[in-house]
Ligand binder design. Sequence first.
Ligand SMILES: C[S@@+](CC[C@H](N)C(=O)[O-])C[C@H]1O[C@@H](n2cnc3c(N)ncnc32)[C@H](O)[C@@H]1O
Length: 246
Amino acid sequence: MKKPKEFLFTYPEKIVPQALIKKLSRLIKQRLAGVPVAYLTGHKEFFELGFYVDKNVLIPRPETEILVEAVLELAKPRMTIADIGTGSGCVAIALSKRLPKCDISATDISAKAIEIAKKNNRLNKTKVKFYVGNLLTPIKNKQFDIIAANLPYGWKQWQNNSSAASRGLKFEPQIALFTKQNGLYHYRKLFKQIVDLKIIPLAILCEFDPRQTNDFKKLAQDYFPAATLIIKKDLAKLNRILEIKL
Ligand SMILES: C[S@@+](CC[C@H](N)C(=O)[O-])C[C@H]1O[C@@H](n2cnc3c(N)ncnc32)[C@H](O)[C@@H]1O
């Protein structure tokens, strides 16, 4: 009806058009089949901003707000920041809103995701530069102070877990969720690309699954032996973000 909830309480005598009732029952059927609410409304809040989402992008998660907060703690005006695996653009756009003087670039392998990220850039009036490509490849000639990434880190057993919490996952893009090598394949590739950069960033911040803590720290140590590693916890007090200070 494109009306606020209050409208329905103020005018209980109004009749809802038949076409809208049909649309609503279609939406209810989809929801019963497990389609996430954000895909039905086409909308998700993240870091107090609104984002358009559809089946081509991962629905932004509350734990990813910790990634944004961790970058904000380190960032200074005029720094250059990269967001790798941007999806809906939520991390880069939230950063751009808070850090309007920083130069922020973001990449994703999915051209459809980048289209949506650009749409969200317009909706939020931010100026992130978006690129389609494999990890850092499209921006490898730029220099970055901070690299942030929420890359796919799900693994096989996790994928096969049929708990209610993971039911909605089948509706989200599988390339956004799952990867090889116990969930570490994409981060391994990214770290390799970073080691090969002409100028190494000051810090890399990555989201991971708490069960990967030891393996993920070891992976970071293998690529950046001199770095300081700091783990940040999410609101459930679970390890969620690895900060690699170089
Ligand atoms: C876990 S989702 C995160 C999306 C978004 N950053 C967020 O936090 O909601 C991972 C994203 O990485 C992208 N991706 C997967 N493989 C990639 C690659 N090789 N290079 C760049 N992006 C990739 C997926 O398309 C997906 O959008």
